[in-house]
Design a protein around this ligand. Structure first.
Ligand code: TXA
Ligand code: MG
Length: 316
């Protein structure tokens, strides 16, 4: 165990120094908090795996300050990467590209590709710039738990395990980035996110969806593991559930047609708000010792696809 420093946005120089020296720092991005370490230092990256309790076969995303950083991790930049990022970078779109020899094997779990993204959150971008080196940053939670969208959520899981956390708000999207493997022919959608399949198809008409079945296991190692799970049981709402005697929390956008007696009830104004609130609601429900979290099911279009994907995985 160690002392985890609490820093704010005016102390990014301190955060950057810790990172340059091979330490670990959690910071906000526009999706969820990331746990950063310099990508080119295998022992710094090892500390990230240890703090999270993350299986070593699950590769990390390298976060860049801008498109120009891509050549640090990839020698032959695919043209399509630049086309996609012209529309959606900085932002929640992660691309899987061929890696170069500067990327240690521990980052990619031995794969010959590396996942890269340019976050749009000003703290994240400034921190990468200030450090002067791209940063690996998986979500800043213990492996298997819901991602953290607040610094309190980060500390709940990782206090004493990491060197510092930047205590700023701003994970407005609340769900992790969309992940697309553009090295594969045809390109594959490995994880749904705020940049939707329909949007991507305008540039990648032959995009294939990879499910968490056998093919998914091979192509996106992260799909094989349990994800996003609070201690309470996550239940997708339907009409004939027996919740008698349970402490139930509920989240959705419409009132619940069946049950009324909740220890916590979050009614969101939109799919966007539901997505943004989901993980913190999971954590809050655990703080209130809920037995179950009832989640309203939404139509699987647009952002609803990513939202229902996370809820389904959390419920397994
Ligand atoms: O929004 C996000 O992407 C957040 C913030 C912090 O940026 N990060 C995040 O990282 O969600 P993580 O480690 O929790 O999820 C990374 C996902 C995993 O599913 C992993 O398997 C996949 O990306 N991945 C990473 N490198 C890959 C590669 N070379 N090939 C295929 N999948 C890869
Ligand atoms: Mg994660």
């Amino acid at each position: 165990m160690q002392t985890t420093k609490r820093l704010n946005a005016s102390q990014l120089k301190i955060a950057a120094e810790i990172l340059r020296d091979g330490g670990t720092v959690a910071f906000p991005t526009e999706t969820v908090f990331g746990l950063g370490a310099r990508f080119d230092d295998a022992s710094a990256v090892q500390r990230v795996f240890e703090a999270k309790g993350r299986p070593s076969d699950n590769p990390l995303i390298v976060h860049l300050a801008g498109v120009e950083d891509l050549e640090q991790v990839c020698d032959e930049v695919p043209k399509i990467a630049l086309e996609l990022w012209k529309l959606w970078a900085p932002g929640p779109l992660t691309l899987v590209v061929p890696k170069n020899s500067k990327v240690p094997d521990i980052v990619t779990a031995g794969l010959d590709t590396v996942a890269v993204r340019i976050p749009s959150h000003p703290v994240a971008r400034q921190l990468i710039r200030e450090t002067g080196v791209p940063l690996v940053a998986p979500s800043a939670n213990r492996s298997g738990r819901p991602s953290a969208t607040t610094f309190q959520g980060v500390l709940e899981d990782l206090d004493g395990w990491i060197d510092a956390v930047v205590c700023e708000a701003g994970c407005g999207l609340g769900l992790e980035s969309t992940v697309v493997d553009i090295h594969h022919v045809p390109p594959r959608l490995l994880r749904h996110g705020a940049i939707t399949e329909d949007q991507l198809r305008t540039i990648l008409p032959d995009l294939k969806r990879v499910q968490s079945g056998h093919e998914g296991h091979v192509n996106s190692p992260g799909l094989r593991h349990k994800h996003y799970q609070p201690s309470a049981k996550v239940i997708i709402e339907d009409h004939d559930q027996d919740l008698n005697g349970m402490r139930v929390a509920r989240i959705g956008i419409d009132p619940c047609p069946v049950h009324a007696d909740f220890i916590l009830h979050r009614l969101c104004a939109s799919t966007e708000e539901y997505a943004g609130a989901l993980y913190e609601f999971f954590r809050e429900s655990d703080r209130h010792h809920a037995d179950a979290i009832l989640c309203q099911s939404l139509p699987e279009t647009g952002l609803g696809i990513a939202l229902m994907d996370r809820i389904r995985r959390a419920s397994q």
